[in-house]
Design a protein around this ligand. Structure first.
Ligand SMILES: Cc1ncc(C[n+]2csc(CCOP(=O)(O)OP(=O)(O)O)c2C)c(N)n1
Length: 345
């Protein structure tokens, strides 16, 4: 131990401790969650109206995870996302208009309309991309953290991934190498209890967080619908990563309120994979409503301010949707040129 450049983590006496968000921070968390929620409600409606060119996987009900984590990140920190990536992109500060245009397949999109919903990315904001390959972000984030470690920049990389992705072999590889090399990566497992139409308990053995514990990695298991709990765990993990304390693992238990993707009913053809009562139970734990109730009861934000924030979010979403609808269709000639780094610039 200690003979290589990258030493194995020794627990230190100075582990980060959880703090409480200020009233301003809480309001910021609420505003960001609200924007994601209203954006995706609009996408759901536009998908049902047949306006969107492809499938959209919505994050409704899971917003507290992305927002609670990304509140601690700056533009030079990295995130990798999943096929359910709009919330991560917006929580990390991605441009709403450019994301909407991307989902609509327009040239004005953040990837010129060539990527669509499952590939929203903005490298200038450290958003390394949503990804249709389940589990792919694990290795990408670990590589980004390796770069940050070599640069000594103090930046961290966050990998958001699902409980389904937690069953990919690459999780073991990245837990191993990030521990061995003490990389500033934060693994955030969004355990929403389903992998497509299969309940987690049918395909996942043991507790997911225990996989990280096997590497003696600092691990947090949190209520993913409680943005403050997520914010606190992420704050500790980010602080640890920036200070050279190596990787952390957060398992956030949450639930996706919408289907695996919008219009899934056409695939299911009348088949069912979850009960209405279960969805209702989770609706009652809606992370946005919980934060709203907390802000109201503590008197931190009154009904007028909350109403104004709602109107503002809706206005931003309307503006972005109009921008996307009025955009130019993506240029098919870019399909080959954009295959290669540096091409098409
Ligand atoms: C490597 C790979 N295997 C399978 C799929 C098909 N697939 C798409 S989404 C998904 C479920 C992923 O579940 P989870 O990681 O829990 O994410 P969630 O959809 O619940 O957010 C699967 C199996 C894929 N896209 N990539």
């Amino acid at each position: 131990m200690g003979t290589t450049e990258f030493s194995v983590r020794e627990p230190t006496a100075k582990e980060p401790t959880a703090t409480e968000p200020t009233a301003t921070e809480l309001a910021g968390l609420y505003e960001r969650m609200l924007l994601i929620r209203r954006t995706e409600e609009r996408l759901s409606a536009d998908s049902a109206a047949g306006k969107l060119p492809g499938a959209v996987h919505l994050y409704i009900g899971e917003e507290a995870v992305a927002v609670g984590v990304c509140a601690h990140l700056g533009d030079r920190d990295y995130v990798t996302s999943t096929h359910r990536g709009h919330g991560h992109y917006l929580a990390k500060g991605g441009d709403l208009r450019a994301m909407m245009a991307e989902i609509w397949g327009k040239r004005e999109g953040i990837c010129r309309g060539m990527g669509g919903s499952m590939h929203v990315a903005d490298l200038s904001k450290g958003i390394l991309g949503a990804n249709g390959i389940v589990g792919a972000g694990l290795a990408i984030a670990t590589g980004a953290a390796f770069g940050a470690r070599l640069d000594g920049s103090g930046h961290v990389a966050v990998c958001f991934f699902g409980d389904g992705a937690a069953n990919q072999g690459v999780l073991m590889e990245t837990l191993n190498v990030s521990t061995l090399w003490q990389l500033p990566v934060i693994f955030v497992c969004e355990n929403n209890m389903f992998s497509e139409f299969t309940p987690s308990h049918e395909v996942t053995a043991g507790r997911i967080a225990d996989r990280a514990r096997a590497f003696a990695m600092p691990t947090h298991e949190v209520d993913g619908n409680d943005v403050v709990a997520v914010w606190q765990a992420a704050g500790q993990a980010v602080e640890r990563g920036r200070a050279g304390g190596g990787p952390s693992f957060i398992e956030a238990r949450t639930y996706r309120i919408q289907g695996h993707f919008e219009a899934e009913r056409f695939v299911l053809a009348g088949g069912r994979y979850r009960e209405d009562a279960e969805i209702a139970e989770w609706r009652a734990r809606d992370p946005l409503e919980r934060l709203r109730a907390r802000l109201m009861s503590s008197g931190e934000l009154g009904p007028d301010t909350l109403g104004a924030l709602d109107a503002q979010a809706l206005q931003r979403v309307d503006d972005a949707a109009a921008f996307a609808e009025a955009g130019q269709p993506a240029d098919p000639d870019l399909a080959l040129t954009l295959m290669f780094a540096g091409a098409g610039e």
